[in-house]
Design a protein around this ligand. Structure first.
Ligand code: S3P
Length: 425
């Protein structure tokens, strides 16, 4: 995909539904009693993978575009799938589903694409094993395919070495099937959609600081869910609106849950002209419309507890930092190396190729700006967030940028390039 620079971006848009909430709405709807109606479901490949896995376990799920109806099978109503469950490119599906499956009365095997089969699964295998699960890596390399033999589980108090919502959610979903209370403490708080949604479905869950505790035994009840736009998808348009000259964009209906909205704080710290309008709540999640205008950005320092609150936005932030005045330091973000790709490596290589001054570190990147970016061939390694971040860089660069495997954006944002084009002057 060749992307050319543009002179201006103007207009309004809505972005597709939140990926994390879309996954969880299928998972919880499937094990609830009754019929859940989901509005604004993300039809990206990752969430379709989750839907296919539950259909394979006998759950009736009807989809009409972004409207989805899940006929819940109840906590103990899932059926043994006839085949291996394919999680595609989705870490969220693989990790949370593993927790949910560990305590079932049947065995399963989970796998996915090349990227998934390289991503670390020990982080869920260890706590699940402590709960009494029988889960193993088929190749013995700590990665998928994962072989899960349904077992009797017991609650644990787990102190997680990583701030990861996938790990936390995996353990909490397993906790639904365990004897006694399960609690997870994280080093810093990761996104809390699972906690909010479990509560909304009627589970006995409480949170204090960075600890979430779940007591099993209650049935879950179906509900109506309105999914807000994904802030991780909105990020690309906020970024483009800031670095493309003469731009003004309004991204409507964006989820701004504080455990996800670290990007907004960073943009403000970088001097962005950004405002939140029309604040409201959708199914327990805060939502707003976000307006941005072209801004002279400056460098900032990003680390610590902020990192899990903007982990998926860091490639885009690095792009913005290359156009900002002064130095930006991103640290405490070694997790970037174990995402859909090694995002430290790919962002550094791509931005260097476009003329930026960027250095990879063990746990982040140091970027000195502002650089005059020029077009270059960009390796996305089929990582949707790399492709979209460099599409934004391309709009503010000189000459053509050629993004390889650009269609991978369908993982989280079907129609991304079309929407981008519609806003370019
Ligand atoms: C997600 C959690 C994050 C994030 C991913 C979605 C989730 O991963 O990067 O895109 O829905 O729970 P980690 O839990 O591995 O940090």
């Amino acid at each position: 995909m060749i992307i050319n620079p543009v002179s201006s971006m103007k207009g309004e848009l809505t972005v597709p539904g939140d990926k994390s909430i879309s996954h969880r709405s299928i998972m919880l709807g499937s094990i609830a009693e009754g019929t859940s109606r989901i509005h604004g479901f993300l039809t990206g490949a990752d969430c379709i993978s989750t839907m296919s896995c539950f259909r394979a376990m006998g759950v009736e799920i009807l989809q009409d575009g972004t409207e989805v109806t899940v006929h819940g099978a109840g906590l103990h109503g899932l059926k043994a799938p006839a085949d291996i469950l394919d999680c595609g490119n989705s870490g969220t599906t693989t990790r949370i589903l593993s927790g949910l499956l560990a305590g079932q009365g049947f065995d399963t095997v989970l796998t996915g694409d090349e990227s998934i089969r390289r991503r670390p699964m020990k982080r869920i295998m260890e706590p699940l094993t402590l709960m009494g699960a029988d889960i193993s890596s088929r190749e013995g390399n700590g990665c998928a395919p994962l072989v899960i033999k349904g077992s009797a589980l017991h609650g644990i108090r787990y102190s997680s070495p990583v701030a990861s919502a996938q790990v936390k959610s995996c353990i909490l979903f397993a906790g639904l099937y365990a004897e006694g209370e399960t609690s997870v403490t994280e080093p810093t708080l990761s996104r809390n959609h699972t906690e909010l949604m479990l509560q909304g479905f009627g589970a006995d869950i409480s949170s204090e600081g960075t600890t979430a505790s779940l007591r099993p035994g209650r049935k879950l009840y179906a509900r109506e869910i309105e999914i807000p736009g994904d802030i991780s998808s909105a990020a690309y348009f906020l970024g483009a609106g800031l670095i493309v000259p003469d731009s003004s964009l309004l991204v409507k209906n964006v989820g701004i849950n504080p455990t996800r909205a670290g990007l907004l704080e960073v943009l403000e710290a970088m001097g962005a002209d950004l405002s939140l309008e029309n604040r409201r709540t959708a199914t327990g999640e805060p939502v707003a419309d976000i307006r941005v205008r072209t801004s002279l950005l400056h460098g900032t320092e990003i680390g610590g507890a902020l990192i899990p609150r903007l982990i998926d936005e860091l490639p885009l932030i690095a792009v913005l930092a290359s156009r900002a005045e002064g130095q930006t330091v991103i640290k405490d973000a070694a997790e970037l190396k174990v995402k859909e790709s090694d995002r430290i490596l790919l962002v550094t290589n791509g931005l260097k190729a476009m003329g930026a001054d960027i250095t990879a570190t063990e746990d982040g990147m140091i970027i000195k700006g502002p650089a005059k970016l020029h077009g270059a061939p960009i390796e996305s390694a089929k990582d949707h967030r790399i492709a979209m971040s460099f599409a934004v860089a391309a709009l503010a660069a000189e000459g053509d940028t050629d993004i390889k495997d650009a269609e991978c954006v369908r993982i989280s944002y079907p129609g991304f390039y079309e929407t981008l084009k519609s806003l370019c002057g």
